[in-house]
Ligand binder design. Structure first.
Ligand SMILES: [Zn+2]
Length: 113
């Protein structure tokens, strides 16, 4: 049958271990992250890699999360702070600690990458 040879032809380049069966050279997970500006960033991770909870959006620099409906809020590091913003910050110390912890976590994740 001529068809058999044609099918085999598509396998040229396949490794001796049968990599072609899996379709890709290495298994990867494609994870989508969304920032507060609704930018989608797709990042490919090796299947055995730890996927970070947050990813910096390459387009606007905001943190992006995996939940499209609930992206992480922009961090409070705007260069121009109003007086009201300062007052709010002092009122929510617990919230500030959470943000700090989040920032530290991201720092560790970047170092580990
Ligand atoms: Zn963005």
């Amino acid at each position: 049958m001529a068809g058999g040879n044609a099918i085999r032809g598509t396998r040229v380049g396949a490794g001796p271990m049968g990599e072609a069966e899996r379709g890709e050279a290495a298994p990867r997970n494609r994870i989508s992250f969304w920032c507060a500006n609704r930018h989608e960033t797709r990042v490919a991770f090796a299947s055995d890699a730890d996927v970070p909870e947050l990813w910096d959006c390459p387009r606007c620099g905001l943190p992006a999360g995996q939940d499209q409906q609930n992206p992480p809020p922009a961090p409070r590091t705007e260069p121009y702070k109003t007086h009201l913003a300062y007052v709010r910050e002092r009122r929510s110390d617990a919230d500030g600690d959470a943000l700090l912890e989040e920032a530290l976590t991201r720092l560790h994740q970047r170092r580990g990458a």
